[in-house]
Design a protein around this ligand. Structure first.
Ligand SMILES: [Zn+2]
Length: 108
C-alpha cells in the first residue's frame, strides 16, 4: 500500500498515533518485524525491571549499612583513642618526678 512512503519504523513510531502505527505494521513487513522486536524488548524490560529495582534497594541498603558501620566505627575509634590518649598521657607526678600543685616539675 504505502510501502514506498515508509521511512522506517522509528519515523512511523514518532509520526503516527497508536492506531495508525498498528494499521501500518499490518501492511509494512519491515516495520512489523521492528515492532515485534520492540515488543520483545519491552517484555524483557518488564521482566528485568523488578530485579533492577531489587538491586537498587540492595545497593541503597548496603550504602546505609556502610555509612552506619563507618559512623559507629569512627565513634568507637574516637572513644578508644581518647581513652588511650588519656591513659598514656602520664603526668610528671605519675612518672615519679617531684611536682608542684600545677603538675609542673619542681626545680630547686
Ligand atoms: Zn513501515
Amino acid at each position: 500500500m504505502n510501502k514506498k512512503k515508509c521511512e522506517g519504523f522509528k519515523e512511523q513510531f514518532i509520526n503516527l498515533n497508536e492506531n495508525e502505527l498498528y494499521e501500518h505494521i499490518q501492511t509494512c513487513e519491515s516495520c512489523r518485524i521492528e515492532y515485534l522486536e520492540m515488543q520483545k524488548l519491552s517484555e524483557v524490560l518488564k521482566t528485568v525491571k523488578p530485579y533492577y529495582i531489587k538491586k537498587q534497594n540492595i545497593i541503597k541498603t548496603f550504602k546505609t549499612a556502610a555509612i552506619l558501620t563507618l559512623t559507629i566505627f569512627t565513634g568507637f575509634m574516637a572513644t578508644y583513642l581518647t581513652g588511650t590518649y588519656h591513659q598514656n598521657n602520664l603526668s610528671f607526678d605519675d612518672l615519679g618526678f617531684p611536682t608542684d600543685e600545677y603538675g609542673f616539675i619542681l626545680v630547686d
